[in-house]
Design a protein around this ligand. Structure first.
Ligand SMILES: [Zn+2]
Ligand SMILES: [Zn+2]
Length: 149
């Protein structure tokens, strides 16, 4: 029987973990990583950012970092995109605005814990490419992106 291991705290689980697909941009370059996270890590590390983001959007506030709450400039922010696949739920997509410090910290953490994803451009190629393989290894069928051009 398969055992799943959390990418951040290494805890083992017999049930499927939460798949976090991250993406951000550095210049023209697109960076993507996937992390398999246990419920505790999602609750302690992802949920607070989602909550702050939801609160900010609800208050039409675009000037504070979604992680630490510090004020950020319009032109000086890291945008971080998350597609969250929780077992038995529909995937949810989020966009986070982060200050420089949180951007560096968070993307660094994701890079060190997660597995790199192939570039988005390769997804429309053959069905045997790395993207589809990554998805199927996770037991997830490729999901059409609603933000695809
Ligand atoms: Zn964990
Ligand atoms: Zn911050």
């Amino acid at each position: 029987m398969a055992v799943y291991e959390c990418a951040r705290d290494g805890s083992k689980s017999r049930t499927k973990l939460n798949a976090m697909y991250w993406r951000w941009y550095r210049g023209d370059e697109s960076l993507g990583f996937v992390e398999q996270l246990c419920d505790t890590c999602v609750r302690e590390t992802i949920a607070p950012i989602v909550q702050r983001m939801a609160f900010a959007v609800g208050h039409d506030d675009w000037s504070h970092c979604h992680s630490c709450g510090m004020e950020i400039d319009e032109w000086d922010r890291t945008k971080l995109y998350l597609s969250a696949y929780l077992p038995k739920s529909d995937p949810e997509r989020f966009q986070f605005d982060l200050c420089d410090t949180c951007g560096v910290t968070l993307t660094g953490l994701i890079r060190s814990c997660g597995r790199p994803l192939p570039n988005r451009q390769t997804q429309s190629q053959s069905t045997t490419d790395g993207a589809s393989l990554t998805w199927s290894q996770l037991g997830i069928e490729p999901h059409p992106r609603d933000d695809a051009a």
